[in-house]
Every structure is written in structure tokens, then in C-alpha cells.
Ligand binder design. Sequence first.
Ligand SMILES: Nc1ncnc2c1ncn2[C@@H]1O[C@H](COP(=O)(O)OP(=O)(O)O)[C@@H](O)[C@H]1O
Ligand SMILES: [Mg+2]
Length: 267
Amino acid sequence: MKIAVSGKGGVGKTLIAGILARMFAKDGFKVLAIDNDSAMNLSYTLGIDDKTKDQIVPIKEMKSMIEERTNVEGAGPGVYNINPNVSDIPDKYKVSGPDGLQLLVLGGIEEPATGCLCPENALIRTLLYNLFVKRDEVIIVDFEAGIEHLGRGTAKGIDVMLVISEPSQKSLDLCKKIIELSKKLGVINIYLVANKITDESQREIINKKIQNWDVPLYHTVPFDPEIGKADLEGKSPIDYNSNSEGIISIMSLFEKLKKLKKELFDL
Ligand SMILES: Nc1ncnc2c1ncn2[C@@H]1O[C@H](COP(=O)(O)OP(=O)(O)O)[C@@H](O)[C@H]1O
Ligand SMILES: [Mg+2]
């Protein structure tokens, strides 16, 4: 199953992607977590040890590898292969984390709006296609705020798009855009998750605001101070306090996704 996590900056994408990855891995699934956010902090939420963390080089920064892969023999400047061979890259550059999970750090991607069609974007795009369409692990991608860089072919490989919102109009507005784009790109299972909820009235307000959307409020995760404490200690929230409200709620999100996985693949 390929799960993409998207939403505005700060809403809790990395938290939810990272903790879900740990839960799938703990449950015995082969998991490959992908960091495609320019903040590149998924390794913290996953609880990757410091030594391994220090060794990580984001794919986007591997200039000579990218040059070699996208090079077109004899071509002049500005000409490069937009469909480079990337099939060996995940296994070559992934690192291992707790519960047997693995992490591949891509780094963020410039939005096409900037007009940048540089070789590293071509490579990362091809890599995402490879990950979504060719791999057989549970893949969980922590995306940058937008998903504009996804092509149709790549997006079709996404089995579940979790769009995360906090209780704010701004973050809901971006969710709406992401949902529309995801639909246009052919993603079928798109679910809204509300995070950092402090009381029932917030949930009611969100439900009211989205009543005309054709995407349900799939899950809510409460605001949980234990998550902030874990952050401050540099620990994964699941290792810091696995019984906190937030982690228990993400566990029930995990159970829903596991059930969905069964429905999608095992019947
Ligand atoms: N449910 C929650 N309760 C308390 N703090 C949270 C919760 N979800 C996220 N946070 C905190 O909010 C900040 C942003 O979360 P993060 O997962 O990094 O967001 P994003 O990846 O969307 O930018 C972090 O400091 C994180 O610890
Ligand atoms: Mg993040």
C-alpha cells in the first residue's frame, strides 16, 4: 500500500507519516518511509539513531550521481534525460530505523511554478514514480506542502492520500486545493484528517465547513502536549510516551488503514 501524507506546513504531516510508519513496521509490515519535504525531519519522528541520521545524504543533494544519471551522451548544456534509470536508488541509499523500517530521504522539490525543470527534479519525480508504482512495501511519503510536482502516472500509484488539517481556515483551504488536485490526478482514496483538535466543537465546525466536500473527515487526532515534549527531547513521540492521547489516536488511524489495505489488496 502506498500512502501519501500532505497538507500545509506545520499541521502534523511529519508526525502522522512517521508514527504510521512505525506502527506498520511494528505490526510486521515491510515499510519504506520517504521524506519528500524540504525540512527533512522525518528521521526524528521515526526515531532513527543519531549515528545513522548523520550519515544521511538527501538524494536531491547527490549532485554527481544526479548528473551521471541524467546525462545525455554528447548533448549540449541544458539537455538532460528526463527519465533516468532510478530503480536501484531506493535500496542503495535507504537507511534502517527502529522496528525494521527503512527511510529514504529525497529532500523537497521545487514547484514547477518556479519554472525549474532541473535534473534533480526530473530524477526525484522519476524516483517517486518508481516508488509508488514498482515497489511492494508499505510506502509512506511525507510530502512538501503541495503536490504539484506529481504527474498523473505517479499519482495513480498512490493508494491513499491523507490530507492533514489543523483547526484553521487557512489549512482547510489548502486541503481543499490538494483534494481537488489529487482528484484531477486520479487518486481514488482521499481522506481528510484533522489534527491538533482540542475540543469537540472544533470537530463540529470542521465538519460543517466540509459538508459540501466529497471527502469525509476520516479521522481526528487530539492536540497532545506529550508530542511537543518528545520533540523537545529529540525523541520519537512513540518512544517517548506510547500511551499518550495523540499516539493512541494515530493507532486507531493505523487500524483503519490496515483494514482498508485488506479491502484493497487481500480480497
Ligand atoms: N497532535 C499534536 N499535538 C501536539 N503537537 C503536535 C501535534 N501534531 C503535531 N504537533 C507539533 O506541531 C509541529 C508541527 O508538526 P509536524 O509534524 O512537523 O508538521 P508538518 O510536517 O506538517 O510541518 C511539531 O512541533 C509537532 O510536534
Ligand atoms: Mg514536515
